[in-house]
Structures are given as C-alpha cells and as structure tokens.
Design a protein around this ligand. Structure first.
Ligand code: ARG
Length: 280
C-alpha cells in the first residue's frame, strides 16, 4: 500500500518537449557600463570563465536533446550574450526588439537579420520599446508582459497584435528585477515560479488569480537571479545558487538542472537571459 500523497513527485509525471534556442557566445562579454543594479564596471569580469559557463549551459541543452542555433557576437556589443532580449518568437512570428538603452540598441538589428537569413517569413520590427523575452514571456496561450523598467506599456498592445496572443500586463517595481524574466520563471504551459515582491500590489493580485499554484522564490533564490531559469516542461535549468528554488520545483515533479552562471550574473543575467526560445 502506498500513499501517493506522501510522494508528490509520483503524482505528476512531467514531460519534456524538444526546444529550439538561439544563443550567442560571450566572446565580447564585458561590463563597461551599468544599466541595471547588478552591473558594476569597477568589478573585474573573467571573460574566459563566462565563456566556459556559457559553453556548459549550451552543452546542457544539447544533452537534453534541444536544438541550439548561434548568433554571431558583434564587437562593441558586450551584452549580446543575453539573446533573450533580442526578439520574441511565438507561433513562428518574430517580434523584434527595440532596446531602452543606447548601449544595446544595435543588438536589435543583428537579431532581425538572423531571423530573416534563417528563413522566417514573418519578422516584425517594432515601433515601441520591448526587450524581447526579457519582458514578454509566453505561458501556454498567454503572454505575460512586464513593464516598469524597460518595455513600454504601449509595446504590450503591439506585442498582442503582432503575436496574436492575449497579453497579461504586469508592473515590476524593484530595479534589481528589471526584466520580467528575473521575477517569473515559466515552468510549463500552466505553471510559473515567481517573486511576489518584484511586482506592484495590483500585478501580484493578477498573478495570484491566474496562477494560484505558483512556486514562490525565496530571498536566497532572488539574491542570485534564481528565477532566470529555462524549462522544457520537465527539466528546469537554473542558477546553481538558487538552491531553494531547485528544491521547490523538484517537489512539484520537475527535474532541476543547476548550472554555474556566476560570471554572467555580473551583467545582470542568468540562463534564461542567455537563451532565446524559438517557438514554431
Ligand atoms: N546587461 C543586460 C541588460 O541590462 C542584461 C540583460 C539580461 N537579460 C534578461 N533577459 N533579463 O540589459
């Protein structure tokens, strides 16, 4: 006689889907300006270590059976490793990005060109500021849309029109969690993990209503951008320092896959920032 209730992991069998990602090797990675509170140009960056951490992340995706395409790094664009900010791709439609800061502006064209060259027929250059999957996160049929620091509210309506999806606008209030993908991790089509304090009271209420079973990140997870995670529906690739979150997702039947991203955190990013998902 076994009690399923005492073994929550056996209740839910999680299934992994094969994913398609775009990444950019951090050959140009550096912290030469500060556009978020994690960046400090006075702190030395070990680019070789960043490259090794990034290679290990890519190797994890390949081992899990995912496809990883590469975008060429461009000299003078040290944040280009964070490909998640360069576009949002849903149902084969590519909504390009428009960056808030001049330092990153030129990344947008590199992404648009990549998608055009790689045969995507529906590529849209946006009118308003949106930082790609940094702030636009597809969850099932919805797109959660962050604002407050980077993406403009007007861009939410634009994203809804272009991508043909219902948008759930959310307001970020803590500059440490300046992109939505630092405050929400999408675990599968109906499950998220989140950091409630990163949102306005009204947005907290929206998320509680839409996702009553959401996993809540701890202060320890938050201190290392633990929510900047990538899930294939079963495996959750997350910063190794986010130990509470790893335990919490494991309790829900997911398989945590910790990766060391300490050097990439110096730019204010983690695994998700380095991973743009292409949804056919
Ligand atoms: N230094 C980059 C910036 O501030 C980090 C971007 C992180 N990317 C992300 N998807 N949150 O824009």
């Amino acid at each position: 006689m076994t009690s399923v209730l005492s073994h929550p992991n056996t209740i839910t069998e999680r299934t992994a889907g094969r994913r398609h990602y775009v990444m950019c090797r951090p050959e140009q990675f550096a912290v030469t300006y500060a556009i978020n509170p994690w960046m400090d140009p006075a702190v030395p960056v070990d680019r070789d270590l960043a490259i090794r951490q990034w290679e290990a992340l890519r190797a994890v995706y390949l081992r899990l059976g995912h496809r990883v395409d590469l975008l060429d790094p461009v000299p003078g664009l040290p944040d280009m490793v964070y490909t998640a900010n360069g576009a949002t791709v849903v149902g084969g439609v590519v909504l390009g990005a428009r960056f808030r800061h001049a330092e990153r502006a030129a990344e947008a064209a590199a992404h648009l060109a990549w998608f055009r060259v790689n045969g995507f027929a529906h590529v849209v250059e946006p009118e308003f500021v949106n930082e790609g999957e940094g702030d636009l996160l597809a969850v099932g049929e919805l797109v959660l849309a962050g604002t407050g620091f980077r993406t403009e509210p007007r861009a939410h309506a634009e994203a809804g029109r272009v991508l043909g999806r219902e948008i759930v606008p959310l307001e970020l209030v803590d500059p440490r969690y300046y992109h939505l993908d630092t405050a929400v991790a999408v675990l599968d089509a109906t499950t998220i993990a989140w950091l409630p304090e990163a949102f306005s009271a009204a947005s907290q209420a929206v998320l509680r209503e839409r996702f009553p079973d959401a996993v809540t990140a701890s202060p320890q997870d938050a201190a290392f951008l633990g929510l900047n995670a990538v899930s294939d529906g079963r495996h959750v690739v997350l910063p190794a320092a986010a130990r509470d979150l790893a335990a919490a997702v494991a309790e829900r039947g997911f398989t945590p896959v910790p990766v060391e991203v300490s050097e990439l955190l110096k730019g204010g990013g983690g695994p998700k920032c380095c991973t743009l998902e292409v949804r056919a």
